[in-house]
Design a protein around this ligand. Structure first.
Ligand code: ADP
Ligand code: MG
Length: 638
């Protein structure tokens, strides 16, 4: 028997594993099983390359338990290891990048967040999280002799020779004793092991078998089952399903299968709105199943919501909710990615790994967008449902990317509009139907479609037949602000003072009216000097006496949104203009007022009224009520 020391770095990793406060010790089984699967892969590869001197075997991974001695055994009939390979592979970490991993791990341990282990193949040593001793009994097909590696995970291991006919590897894990905090005995239980294999290793390509006890109905002499009579029987069961849905030929996978898979895996009771089966070959090959839930995840808007996709590497489960695979604005999607081009090794540099993940993310993003465009063209009702649920996220995508996502996302946006109150339209549909002389894409922002329909400014658009997009989400205008235009047509709010839908004659008339009433307008402006920047005769109003507009820049609605965000009170200001309807009775009467006091009184009432008509809160309701009461008294006393 030879006694040897672990290489320094291996010792460090062993220490981390043994003293691991990592909560998910379960993953050791996944690691040992995937090593077994790799070993079979390697043997099979050699078979393929050996001009038929070597033969295929009935490949399998076998799990057995010895409860009395608390030993869990995982065997494989793969390539096995020579003595040198044992020393190389289990006595040292011969791979580059492992040091960086250790450093990262040590850092994270301080912050109590070493769940990072789950993201990597941590390998063989992870078994020391649950083992007080490990034996690896192995024979390489290239070697006459077999070897037994044994270690308690301290600083040394032993290697012994032994005689055997068969090649392959058997890993005996002597489980630690149970403590108050940890139950290690569970790794000897049939159901626990079945569960763990299902959860972490379901899609390993080779059968993972175990002897299980099943309850069978007793039979009478004629072989008929006897009611309520059962006995236990032992049988060998394959625990994993071996072929994952996403690895099946795409054409053979039905929508129903995808839906069932989604409901099972993501604990939903409803079919998804959309299921994508993605298969990408090339620089970075991967397969992916992506689902859009037909109802928003209940915690989507909570701070604790975790976006992400489940990551598999070569069919081995790595981690749930890998956020690097999903852009923020698609955080509502669910699904998984499986790539053979990623490595399970801890030796991979973390950064390199994330660069590869980013490539997959970009690819998934563009697939989802393409699919949504198709849905919009082919099944608008369904798309409409999608947009009701998640449309605001797409808008945030444009906004938070400072417009760089505009090209990809702009054709996914749909809106209700003045002329399309039932069925939403896209920006393209709006532009296609613009009037000959129409320069801008007009929109109105408000809390609801009803409120927008009642905005005084909208009258002129109704009269002239121009369409106006209805924006009812706070993000809408900010999204337009980032987009600036759609195919060269700029966006303009109907609350903008300058709209360009008057003909020359109409323009001239308004200009004249403004000049004629300059004195009165100035007086009103003066009484409202800390509220508005200008007071003008309006070209837009038909029935309402007044309305509030803004000059270029922030709109009233944006001012309102920004100021209502926490910590932002009153910081943001739109440049406001009070517009007065020259055809309204009220205006005619205003022109007759002579005292400054009266003008002041009516101006302030008009301003508050304009605020109210447009659905804003007035700053000083008490004053408004005072003015109104006064007015009522005046008219009652008349
Ligand atoms: P990784 O699997 O990422 O290479 P591990 O720590 O899991 O790292 O395993 C280290 C090495 O030990 C493997 O690369 C492999 O060469 C060898 N090994 C582990 N388990 C087996 C096995 N069951 N059969 C053959 N070789 C094995
Ligand atoms: Mg491994």
């Amino acid at each position: 028997m030879e006694k040897m020391k672990f290489q320094a770095e291996s010792k460090q990793l062993l220490n981390l594993m043994i003293n691991s406060i990592y909560s998910n010790k379960d993953i050791f089984l996944r690691e040992i099983i995937s090593n077994a699967s790799d070993a079979i892969d390697k043997y099979h590869y050699d078979v393929l390359m050996s001009d038929s001197k070597l033969k295929d075997r009935n490949y399998e991974i076998y799990i057995s338990v010895d409860k009395k001695n608390r030993v869990l055994t995982i065997s494989d009939n793969g390539i096995g290891m020579t003595k040198n390979e044992l020393i190389e592979n289990l006595g040292t970490i011969a791979k580059s990048g492992s040091k960086e991993f250790l450093e990262k791990l040590a850092q994270l341990k301080d912050s109590n967040n070493i769940d990072i282990i789950g993201q990597f193949g941590v390998g063989f040593y992870s078994a020391f999280m649950v083992a007080k001793k490990i034996q690896v009994i192995t024979r390489s097909y290239k070697d006459e002799k077999g070897y037994i590696f044994e270690s308690d995970g301290e600083d040394s291991y032993t290697i012994d020779e032994f005689e055997t006919e068969n090649f392959g590897t058997k890993v005996n894990i002597y489980l630690k004793d149970d403590s108050k905090e940890e139950n290690y005995s569970k790794y000897l239980e049939q159901y626990e092991l079945e569960d763990l294999v299902k959860k972490y290793s379901d899609y390993i390509r080779y059968p993972i078998k175990m002897e299980v006890t099943v309850s069978k109905q007793d039979l009478d002499k004629d072989g008929k089952p006897i009611e309520n009579k059962y006995h236990d029987e032992k049988e060998i069961k394959t625990l994993n399903s071996m072929i994952p849905l996403w690895k099946k030929n795409k054409k053979e996978v039905t929508e129903q299968e995808l839906n069932e898979f989604y409901k099972n895996k993501f604990y939903d009771f409803e079919d998804p709105l959309l299921a994508l089966n993605i298969n990408v070959e090339g620089m970075m090959s991967y397969k992916s199943l992506i689902f859009i839930p037909s109802h928003a995840p209940y915690d989507l808007y909570s701070e604790n919501y975790e976006k992400g996709l489940t990551l598999y590497v070569k069919g081995v489960f790595i981690k749930d909710k890998v956020k690097e695979l999903v852009p923020d604005y698609l955080k509502f999607i669910k699904g998984l990615v499986d790539s053979d081009d990623l490595s399970l090794n801890i030796s991979r540099e973390i950064l390199q790994q994330t660069a590869q993940l980013r490539r997959i993310k970009d690819s998934i993003e563009s697939k989802v967008i393409t699919e949504l465009k198709k849905l919009k063209d082919n099944d608008f009702d369904k798309y409409n449902k999608f947009f009701d649920l998640y449309g605001s996220h797409l808008k945030y995508g444009i906004y938070t990317s400072y417009g760089s996502k505009k090209d990809e996302l702009q054709d996914l946006l749909i809106y209700k509009s003045l002329n399309n109150q039932e069925k939403s339209i896209s920006l393209k549909e709006y532009v296609d139907k613009m009037q000959k002389d129409q320069k801008y894409i007009y929109y109105a922002a408000g809390s609801t479609n009803e409120a927008i329909n009642l905005m005084p400014q909208i009258d002129i658009f109704k009269k002239k037949g121009y369409d106006v997009l209805f924006l009812t989400q706070p993000v809408d205008e900010f999204c337009f602000m980032m987009m600036k235009d759609y195919n060269g047509k700029e966006f303009k709010s109907i609350t903008n003072e300058e709209i360009d839908i008057l003909n020359d004659e109409e323009k001239k008339k308004i200009e004249d009216l403004n000049n004629q009433n300059k004195e009165l307008l100035d007086k009103i402006k003066n009484s409202l000097k800390d509220k508005v920047d200008d007071v003008i005769i309006s070209s837009k109003l038909t029935t309402a006496p007044v309305c509030l507009s803004n000059k270029e820049g922030l709109t009233l609605e944006m001012e309102n949104t920004l100021n209502n965000m926490p910590g932002n009170d009153e910081k943001h200001k739109a440049i406001k203009v009070l517009e007065i309807n020259p055809n309204h009775e009220l205006f005619k009467n205003l022109s007759t007022l002579s005292s400054d006091e009266d003008i002041n009184f009516y101006s302030n009432l008009l301003y508050d009224q304009a605020m109210l008509i447009q659905g804003f809160q007035i700053k000083d309701p008490e004053n408004f009520s005072k003015l109104l009461t006064e007015l009522m008294l005046k008219s009652l006393n008349k």
